[in-house]
Write a protein that binds this ligand. Structure first.
Ligand code: ASP
Length: 326
């Protein structure tokens, strides 16, 4: 009897053991994590990714990678929707928005910052050196100067000329996929398996002075949850803020959706909200990119034409995003 009980006991234990083995064999634990990997919005993401990759490839921290990556775009005057060279607001002032988030949910942000070439680094300083998470306008500029940043004229000649032309009609018409706005949003998973993100823009061209978009708003333009994944957005900031877009994408991943499906669901939410408000979709573009803890990624947008750059062990490539309106 005793022997029999022991035999059954052993069988039971054995079957639990078999269960664990098969879980390990068939389950996610077997699948290799794709790391390091960095994603960023639009084709300017390719160059920015190169900078980020230098950090990631040397086993650096995702936070440093995303800061270095987007700094490249901020400094490039040929990119007319981010940092130096960005288009001005309707008063002719270049006002910049940026935010950053690390694997420990530390956050920093600046909005409507003028005359400083690298708002992303000021956002990081807000995160690391102040008791706050967001500084705006004059206060952000004062803080940047206290940190040793010098004021520069960010309005390049071409932008000034275009703005003066625009003043003749003064029509505020953000155009889908025509470069009068765009943002670099970058999210990365480092070789230690940690996620971080950065987002920086000069916002919508000829916006009202003082207008702040989604890009410096944690949860809207960018969100990182180191247990789940990261997401960032580009496009009409007002729509992204309305749905807290990037946070929504991360929460959808938490519910079990792939990064691709999460982006699709978030875009559909924006479409639904727009239709509920009886607004036309014609001129509303929003694109999301997302990355999960396993290094899987995806993207989705409303109108075709959005793309993003992905750099991992397979190299740096531009990927066309799938879109809602066919
Ligand atoms: N999201 C940016 C803003 O609303 C613009 C863009 O990415 O196109 O300021």
């Amino acid at each position: 009897m005793n022997n029999r009980r022991n035999f059954i006991k052993k069988l039971g234990l054995a079957s639990v053991g078999v269960g664990l083995v098969s879980l390990k064999t068939n389950g996610a634990a077997k699948k290799k994590i794709n790391k390091p990997v960095v994603l960023s919005t639009w084709d300017f993401g390719l160059k920015a990714n190169e900078e980020a990759w230098k950090v990631l490839n040397a086993n650096g921290r995702a936070l440093d990678a995303v800061e270095q990556g987007v700094r490249y775009t901020e400094a490039d005057p040929t990119e007319r929707s981010v940092g130096y060279g960005g288009r001005p607001d309707r008063d002719g002032k270049v006002t910049l928005d940026a935010c950053i988030m690390d694997e420990m949910a530390n956050i920093g942000s600046v909005a409507a910052l003028q005359s400083i070439k690298h708002p992303i680094s000021v956002a990081r300083a807000v995160m690391e050196k102040t008791p706050h998470v967001m500084l705006v306008g004059e206060g952000a500029l004062q803080f940047a100067k206290d940190q040793g940043y010098t004021e520069e004229n960010l309005l390049i000649e071409t932008s000034e000329k275009e703005w003066k032309e625009w003043l003749k009609t003064s029509k505020y018409e953000p155009v889908v996929n025509i470069e009068n706005h765009d943002t670099i949003g970058m999210i990365a998973l480092d070789s230690a398996g940690n996620l971080s993100g950065a987002c920086t823009t000069s916002g919508m061209a000829y916006k009202m002075h003082g207008r702040v978009g989604d890009s410096p708003i944690i949860g809207a333009g960018l969100y990182v949850d180191n247990e789940i994944g990261a997401a960032t957005a580009t496009g009409h900031g007002e729509e992204v803020i309305r749905t807290v877009g990037s946070h929504l994408v991360v929460e959808l991943m938490r519910q079990g959706h792939s990064p691709q499906k999460a982006c699709e669901e978030a875009v559909k939410r924006i479409v639904k909200f727009t239709q509920n408000r009886k607004k036309p979709l014609d001129n509303i573009q929003v694109g999301f990119i997302a990355l999960n803890k396993r290094g899987e990624y995806g993207s989705y947008c409303i109108h075709g034409g959005f793309n993003y750059a992905k750099y991992d062990a397979k190299g740096n490539e531009l990927i066309k995003s799938n879109h809602y309106l066919k």
